[in-house]
Design a protein around this ligand. Structure first.
Ligand SMILES: Cc1cc2nc3c(=O)[nH]c(=O)nc-3n(C[C@H](O)[C@H](O)[C@H](O)COP(=O)(O)O)c2cc1C
Length: 331
């Protein structure tokens, strides 16, 4: 069975059911475009989400927060994600960004980091499906673009309420829901309980996207078949392996996945780095990029020394020189 297919929403068709999750600190413009092209000969039209952006931040320090939404023409389809505590806070922030060129707007009801929970946002909202309903109803009334939400299973083990939240979301007019089946209190411990995704799918009238513990193409295919979900959203798996989108695409279509050669890996890494430098400037771009080198160099022999040295590169040319030396030494 071909697991790859578009997802038709009321007013927008997502071309492909493999998506890149919002990942704070990772999914800036350069990363989204890298994920769409890594390992593939053509730029693929995966829906990629920008890092979550704070409603309070957009309201009080617009330029800093809006920088997280930087985009360009290749960055399509683009999902943006907002977090905030109440409908009023989301409303005054969304008024400022509703004309941005995004394709999907997602409400974050899944983030479990302390700073976000302290602001009564992210997964804290799961405590109040009524507020989720109000926020989503507002967003649906404020834009023609599809409004979606990303949730965890519930706030804690005693309050698993994903079906109640699904129902609030559907009533409000949300067009798609992503479930990371852990509770907020669970953070990243234990295992994502995919049976909850299957349960949600059996109740849902809108597409359900499965998320949680997808670390390989086989995991993604297994989630599709075990849960019947409409699509998958990759997260930490992509940080570990920046070629994972293409692997999953091949797994879904039955095409053979051809591992990138060392030269292809290096070319993809340098192109990703170039994007960071274009976005942030040379030194800040190099610094921001450090956390990606592990994924690109994964599986190569003796990379610890190289990765250590790359941390001290202060220009693109220095970075490239260290890589060139490494390739000569292994080649
Ligand atoms: C570094 C990092 C940043 C994240 N940032 C966001 C975010 O901005 N918005 C969001 O909804 N989830 C965020 N998440 C959660 C992921 O999108 C995803 O739901 C979670 O990692 C589960 O998927 P996985 O087990 O495949 O990693 C983040 C996770 C990580 C590890």
């Amino acid at each position: 069975m071909d697991l790859l297919h578009p997802i038709k929403l009321k007013n927008f068709t997502i071309p492909c059911n493999i998506m890149a999750a919002p990942l704070a600190g990772y999914t800036s413009l350069a990363t989204r475009n890298a994920y769409r092209s890594n390992g593939s000969h053509t730029h693929q039209s995966y829906l990629c989400f920008a890092e979550m952006v704070s409603a309070e931040g957009l309201y009080y320090s617009f330029d800093k927060s809006a920088a997280l939404l930087a985009t360009n023409e290749a960055d399509k389809p683009l999902g943006i994600q907002i977090f905030g505590a109440t409908k009023d806070k989301i409303e005054r922030a969304f008024e400022k960004i509703k004309d941005y060129p995004f394709d999907v707007i997602d409400l974050n009801c899944g983030c479990s980091i302390k700073k976000v929970l302290k602001s009564f946002s992210g997964a804290y909202l799961l405590k109040s499906p009524d507020e989720i309903y109000r926020i989503l109803s507002y967003l649906v009334s404020a834009t023609d673009k599809p409004v979606t939400l990303k949730i965890r299973a519930g706030y804690n083990r005693e309050h698993i309420n994903y079906l109640e939240v699904l129902s609030a979301a559907e009533s409000a007019g949300a067009q798609m829901i992503t479930l990371h089946p852990r509770t907020c209190m669970q953070l990243f411990t234990g295992k994502a309980d995919w049976a909850m995704i299957a349960d949600m799918k059996s109740h849902a009238h809108i597409p359900v996207i499965g998320n949680g513990d997808l670390f390989s193409a086989d995991d993604a295919a297994a989630m599709m078949t075990q849960t019947g979900c409409d699509g998958v959203m990759l997260a930490r798996g992509l940080i570990d392996d920046p070629f994972m989108m293409e692997q999953v695409r091949c797994r879904f279509t039955g095409e053979e996945y051809i591992e990138p050669t060392l030269d292809e890996r290096v070319a993809a890494m340098l192109s990703h780095l170039r994007g960071f430098i274009d976005e942030f400037g040379e030194l800040p771009g190099l610094r921001e990029f450090r956390k990606f080198t592990k994924g690109y160099l994964k599986g190569l022999p003796d990379i610890a020394k190289l990765r250590y040295a790359l941390n001290f590169a202060e220009t693109y040319n220095e970075f490239k020189h260290l890589i060139d030396e490494f390739i000569c030494s292994v080649g």
